[in-house]
Design a protein around this ligand. Structure first.
Ligand code: FES
Length: 103
């Protein structure tokens, strides 16, 4: 199922923007003008919003304890997080950004 979450012009460059998809918070990451990735907004270590963390290229840093995640794969790259976060496919069509989620 494809859910429209934003217009391209509304998504900040070099940062993560929190969006809601079917009642779930997702961090929409834009590491470059043409690239969009979507990950669960909640850290896999404890309760923290990853969209409040710093995005550097394809790594986002949890603002609470500093774990890093790869936004392309969801892999936890550094402690204290050990579990991956979920990723979602992003589609851009006619300046609209969509996130694909299971039905
Ligand atoms: S809550 Fe994210 S690293 Fe602890």
């Amino acid at each position: 199922m494809r859910v429209r979450v934003a217009r391209v012009s509304d998504v900040g460059l070099g940062r993560a923007t929190p969006v809601e998809v079917n009642g779930k918070r997702v961090a929409l990451c834009r590491p470059s003008a043409e690239e969009f990735y979507a990950i669960d907004d909640t850290c896999s270590h404890a309760l923290a919003s990853l969209s409040e963390g710093e995005l550097v290229e394809y790594e986002i840093e949890c603002p609470r304890h500093g774990a890093h995640f790869d936004i392309r794969t969801g892999e936890a790259l550094t402690l204290p997080a050990t579990k991956p976060i979920k990723t979602y496919r992003v589609v851009v069509e006619e300046e609209e950004v969509f996130i694909e989620v299971p039905e």
